[in-house]
Design a protein around this ligand. Structure first.
Ligand SMILES: Cc1cc2nc3c(=O)[nH]c(=O)nc-3n(C[C@H](O)[C@H](O)[C@H](O)COP(=O)(O)OP(=O)(O)OC[C@H]3O[C@@H](n4cnc5c(N)ncnc54)[C@H](O)[C@@H]3O)c2cc1C
Length: 382
């Protein structure tokens, strides 16, 4: 059988692979994606679908997030992907968190964001914010609001994006086809052979497969996260995505600010179990009203297979501190895994003139993949 020929071949159908395929198509290339599973089952469908800008690390990650948010919106319209809600509320419980929020507003990344102190809580609805009464504000000193974020339901949005790439803009997909080796511009799979002028490997958390020899020097670990979907009382609507103080101490766009030092120290003393398990709260809502809630972070050389009830309880305790919910029932539990590096949020490894590896080595790929792919092409196809 003759080898199939493409300008550009992508290995992996997660968001990093899809973003590369989309950026390649925009540049007029013929493109194929080869995926070992029958569909994407990795981090890209297990995440919150929380497309974030605020809180992303200053410089490259933030810049890629700004670009990616714009592309997500374009594609959401084209591929009929529903944007479930917009904006993020961060409840600042400690004075140290208020200092971080205020310092963030002074940076270029804080443009368009607002800080609302306790005294303005009663005015939020009149300022046009809906459903803020569903936040439990009695423990907070103030609210940091970011308008940039939005949410997609990843388990639907990723297949919708793949369908759009395949049926509307002509990307060829080869499902259930594992790439076993790459030699020069030839790609060998379980049952076929491809020739491509350029190849990008987007293996996600599969660090020990064909990507292994190319990424060894990056010392990547795996980060395992515990996630929940819950039902709460009927009619409950989130005003947007919700986070807490812990997020200000964790996400680099905030935690790298000098003002965050005092917050991190206080959280370490007051919430040791949360720090030990890397727990910080993100809550988003789905179209059916259910809430997706997480998460925890455990780092190691392999995935943490077993979900812990204790971690679930800690996450739920935090949830009741920030939302006015009267009851909850867990309807789904899952774990997700992503590659993690101590030194970078994402990496592009140049293997040869025709081959590269692209990995998001932090929990930011849904928010930054399009920017990463654009950066990769801007430099590669120059
Ligand atoms: C629980 C969780 C919550 C998260 N929340 C957020 C969030 O809210 N916002 C955000 O921005 N980011 C979030 N992230 C991070 C984000 O989901 C990831 O950074 C992103 O999905 C990584 O995409 P990827 O394409 O690299 O990996 P994946 O989605 O894992 O895709 C990699 C694909 O490559 C395929 N593959 C690997 N090897 C081969 C081979 N040899 N042949 C063929 N196919 C192969 C795999 O089968 C897989 O489908 C979260 C991650 C997790 C786990």
């Amino acid at each position: 059988m003759a080898n199939k020929k493409y300008d550009f071949l992508v290995v992996g159908s997660g968001i990093v692979g899809l973003a590369h395929a989309y950026e390649a198509k925009k540049r007029g290339l013929s493109v194929a994606i080869v995926e070992q599973n029958t569909r994407c089952t990795g981090a890209s469908i297990r995440n919150f679908g929380f497309i974030t800008v605020s809180g992303q690390g200053a410089r490259d990650t933030w810049r890629r997030a700004v670009y990616s948010a714009q592309v997500w919106k374009e594609l959401a319209a084209l591929a009929e992907i529903k944007i479930v809600h917009q904006g993020t509320w961060i409840l600042c419980e400690r004075p140290e968190a208020v200092e971080v929020a205020k310092a963030f507003l002074q940076t270029p990344m804080g443009a368009s964001c607002e800080y609302y102190p306790q005294t303005s809580y009663s005015k939020l609805e009149s300022l046009g914010f809906k459903n803020t009464a569903n936040l439990n504000l009695k423990n907070s000193l103030g609210l940091l609001y970011s308008p940039h974020e939005f949410r997609v339901e990843s388990k639907k949005a990723i297949p919708q994006l793949a369908n759009y790439l395949q049926n509307v803009i002509g990307v060829d997909f080869y499902w259930e086809t594992e790439v076993l080796s790459i030699q020069g511009s030839s790609v060998h799979t379980s049952d076929q052979q491809f020739d491509a002028q350029r190849i990008v490997l987007c293996p996600g958390a599969e660090l020990t497969g064909i990507a292994k020899p190319y990424i060894e020097k990056h010392d990547l670990k795996l980060c395992t996260l515990q996630m929940l979907r819950i039902k709460v009382q009927d009619g409950f609507i989130l005003p947007g995505s919700v986070m807490t103080d812990n997020s200000l101490a964790r996400y680099l766009g905030w935690s790298e600010l000098p003002e965050a030092k005092a917050l991190k120290e206080r959280i370490a003393i007051e919430m040791p179990e949360y720090v030990e398990n890397g727990i910080h709260l993100i809550v988003v809502q789905s179209a059916d009203g259910s809430l997706v809630v997480g998460d925890s972070h455990h780092y190691g050389s392999s995935e943490n297979v077993f979900a812990s009830e204790k971690i679930e309880q800690l996450i739920i305790q935090l949830l009741y501190r920030v939302l006015s919910i009267s009851e909850h029932r867990v309807v789904e539990r899952w774990i997700g895994v992503y590659p993690s590096s101590n030194t970078c949020d994402a990496l592009i490894q140049k293997v040869s003139p025709e081959m590269r590896v692209a990995i998001v080595s932090s929990g930011t790929g849904a928010s930054t993949a399009f920017g990463l792919a654009k950066d990769n092409f801007d430099e590669w196809l120059r």
